[in-house]
Design a protein around this ligand. Sequence first.
Ligand SMILES: [Zn+2]
Length: 97
Amino acid sequence: MLSKCANPGCPAPFLYLHQGKLFRVDTNSEVPATDAAAEGRRKLARRLEFFWLCDQCAVLVTLSYKKGVGVTAVPLSSTQVSRTEASNTQTLVASAG
Ligand SMILES: [Zn+2]
């Protein structure tokens, strides 16, 4: 279960649900339903994992799930910066003839 912030570099302990951001990741897609049924274990049929980001990390990073890799922390600022730079590079040319 949850014990600390999902950001590997953050030691913040998980204390309250209303703090930070809670992520629910369904890893069911990794296991084929037929295999799970063959094993006769319903518990393995659906795997829900919960991850939590503290207040500070929730504004800096988000979580993304990749098959075979798991959940990784992705910085939010990188995408925002690139958008800002793109808009700033537009040169406004207004020549009133
Ligand atoms: Zn954190």
